[in-house]
Design a protein. Sequence first.
Length: 65
Amino acid sequence: MNNTVNSIITYFKGVKSEWSKINWPEKNQIIAETVFVIAIVTVFTISVYLIDLVFKGILGLIPMR
């Protein structure tokens, strides 16, 4: 049990050491990339919706029996 506790403590010391090496992006970069992702998702969502409307219109021309 003592060996397990020491392993856990060693692990978290390593995590703390590595955490300080992380190069975090600046706030402006995060905001710009978030806006870009939202814009791309919006464009693709509208595109898929419009394609759906086109196919619905085309399939609506086929007579149903």
